[in-house]
Ligand binder design. Structure first.
Ligand SMILES: *Cc1c(COP(=O)(O)O)cnc(C)c1O
Length: 408
């Protein structure tokens, strides 16, 4: 297998199927819908095997570069992406008599400590291939940090807009990583409007979720990685904290491509779109049997990564959920905090609120029989828990006073 081998045939409108040429700068399709990258899977099947992948010595997800759009190795923009670990849950699920494995895929170990690194590594690499110079993004924090990091790495300019109540640490991180950073008194969709309008006026390239074709290809690597880690046997259910939905759509695309390659040993997993009660446009549309999800008013949740009131890929999320025989479910902020504390104290893993939402959703699904105790599950923890506000610690010892050792 030649590592530089590239199998991209064209891009395709996700709604109409209309074809678009590769090697051109693309945003959304003429219909205003996401474009998907298509590959010559027939040829790929003949020339690449699972053994080739197993024997690859490419770092991190670049081992799947034959299923990615970056043509030349020198256009890859990399910051040391790693294969993220699967952590088997133990004491936190014992009490539910679960007979199958429940694992957390911990994405907090990627560069900039979130899985946004996957998408932005690909988007910035493709921007380099296409000779773009200035990238702009609306963000709830993590996407902005990943863009800033990869753009700086590639020597490109980046401009980032985030809601002014984005966690402080994210905003500071974004600016330190070299992006021109602006806080906006609005939500992510309102930041997105500024990026959209600036396309004409400033000339920057819009790397908003699903408004360019390559972040999804980066997020696809979560599915490829998971499949290889589990010996090409996918879990029964995948719980994904859904904002813009890139990861859920990307994984579903990965599994479909792997199925076509004949690499998957068992059946496809059920995809579960987890949302917060305070911002649940996808859940609401799915629950009402609709494919498109209108704007959710007064979006509010501590899980900032899934505070996305409107998603351009709404119908793709809902289709993946329905095609996979999955479902959507919501959890409250209280349930999220409780789930985070349960996992950190009993398992030693500090989840981000979005990741904790998947554990809360898993428990809820178990108790309402949406999943059974015999189904294996993978929960996505999308970022390090350290980027978020943690409860204050108040225990204090004055070294000059006698210490009451009986209290320990
Ligand atoms: C972006 C983000 C999400 C949502 O991911 P999508 O693929 O856009 O739905 C969830 N959690 C965290 C921590 C994020 O940064």
């Amino acid at each position: 297998m030649a590592n530089s081998e590239n199998f991209v045939t064209h891009l395709e409108c996700s709604l109409t199927g209309k074809k678009y040429e590769k090697n051109k700068i693309h945003g959304l399709s003429e219909e205003g819908k996401p474009l998907l990258v298509r590959y010559d899977l027939e040829t790929m099947k003949k020339v690449i095997s699972r053994d080739d992948v197993a024997n690859s010595n490419e770092p991190g997800f670049w081992r799947y570069s034959f299923m990615l759009p970056v043509e030349k190795k020198e256009d890859r923009v990399s910051l040391g992406e790693v294969i993220t670990p699967l952590i088997e849950l133990d004491s936190s699920i014992k009490k539910f008599d679960v007979n199958a494995s429940v694992m957390v895929k911990d994405e907090g170990l990627l560069p900039t400590s979130s899985f946004k690194a996957r998408g932005l590594a690909l988007a910035v690499s493709m921007a380099k291939q296409l000779k773009l110079k200035h990238l702009a993004i609306p963000t709830n924090g993590n996407a902005g940090a990943a863009l800033a990091a990869y753009a700086s790495r590639a020597g490109m300019k980046s401009t980032v807009f985030c809601p002014d109540d984005t966690p402080e640490i994210n905003i500071r991180e974004i600016e330190r990583l070299g992006a021109e950073t602006f806080m906006v008194n609005g939500l992510i969709n309102e930041c997105g409007k500024i990026v959209l309008e600036g396309k004409e006026k400033v000339g920057w390239f819009d790397v908003s979720t699903l408004k360019e074709p390559y972040r999804i290809e980066g997020k696809k690597t979560m599915g490829l990685e998971l499949a290889e880690q589990l010996n090409w046997r996918l879990p029964d259910v995948i719980f994904y904290p859904t904002g813009g939905g890139t990861g859920l759509i990307g994984m579903w695309k990965a599994f479909s491509e792997l199925l076509e390659l004949g690499w998957i040993e068992n059946k496809m997993p059920r995809m579960v779109a987890v949302q917060a009660e305070g911002c649940a446009p996808i859940y609401k549309a799915w629950n009402e049997g609709k494919e498109f999800a209108p704007l959710w008013n007064n979006a509010k949740t501590i899980a900032s990564g899934i505070r996305v009131p409107i998603a351009v890929g709404d119908f793709l999320i809902i289709r993946a959920v329905n095609e996979s025989n999955g479902f959507s479910i919501t959890v409250s902020d209280d349930e999220i905090v409780k789930a985070r504390d349960e996992i950190s104290i009993s398992e030693g893993a500090l989840l981000c609120p979005e990741g904790a939402a998947t554990f809360a959703a898993y428990k809820k699904s178990l108790s309402s029989n949406l999943v059974s105790k015999d189904e294996s599950a993978v929960l996505f923890n999308c970022a390090t828990g350290l980027k978020y506000q943690l409860p204050e610690v108040t225990n204090f010892i004055n070294k000059n006073d006698p210490i009451n050792y009986s209290r320990f």
